[in-house]
Design a protein around this ligand. Sequence first.
Ligand code: OGA
Ligand code: MN
Length: 285
Amino acid sequence: MTLTVSPVTSEFCARVSGVDINQPLDDATFAIIRAAFDEHLVLIFSDQPMTDEQQIMFSERFGPLEGTRGVNPGSGTPFARQSNLDINSGAVIPADDRRMFYQKANMFWHADSSFKKVPSLCSVLTARIVPPEGGATEFASTRAAYASLSEAEKAEFEELVIEHDFAHSRGLAGFTFTAAELANINPARHRLVRTNKANGLKSVMIGVHAKCVVGWPEDESRALLDDLLARATRAENTYRHEWRAGDVIVWDNQAAVHRATEFDTTHHQRLMQRTTISSGIPVAT
Ligand code: OGA
Ligand code: MN
C-alpha cells in the first residue's frame, strides 16, 4: 500500500488512501498524515469503519482528547454523538424533542469547542450510520478568509480577541438551557488570528460560538465576524461531503469551520461519532 494524499479542491481538503488508520501507525506514517492535515485542514479517509477503541487510538495520535461534558448524549465519555437515535434504546428521537434542537445547532457554521478555555486543535468524525440521502457535512476554510484580507486589515486584526460563548450560539438555535446548565457555561476569550505552528500559515477562529470582538461596539463587532465568515464560505473555499458508512474525516478547528445539513430525521437513521483533540493552547488574554 502506498500512502497517497490527493487534494480535493484547489484551496483545501484532501483524500488520504493507502493506509489502514485502524492499525497502530508508525511515526513516519503518522508524520505524513499530520503534515497533510497542516497543509489541507480537512482529511478524508474512506472504508475505515472504526470501533470506539480504534477511534480513540487514531485520534490520540493528534494529541490529548477532550472529554465531552454537558448536554451532548456522549457526556462523560471521550465521544460526542451526532445522531437522531436515542443513545440507549436506538429509537428515532421525535423531531420536536429538545435533543433534536440541540443537534440542529450543528447546522450553523462553527468550530468545535471554540467556546472552551482551551480550544480544540481538530476533530475526528466517524460515520457509523448514514442516511440514504441528506446529512452531508460542509467545510469552509478560515485560512482562505484570512488570506483574502488586505495587509492593513491583517495588521489591524492581529491583536483582536474574540469572546466565544456556547450559551449564545445554542440560543441562536432556539435551545434553552436550565439554570443549572447555564451555571456551568462560561464564555472563553481567544485571539482571532491563529498561526499554524508547522507552516506559519494564519487563519481566523470564528463560527457561531464567536459572540463578539472584545472592546468593539456591538454592530462593528458583528459586522466583522459576519464578513470573515462570508469570506470563509465563498464557494471556492468550501467543500461538501456526502458521507458513506466507514468514512472518517479529520478537520482543523482553528483554520476551518463546518456545519451539518438536513436529512429526514423521522424516516432515516444517522449516527456520527466524534472525538475532539485539544489544542493545548490556553486562553488568549
Ligand atoms: C460535529 C459536527 C456535523 C454533522 O460532529 O462536530 O458538527 O454533519 N457534525 O454531523
Ligand atoms: Mn461540529
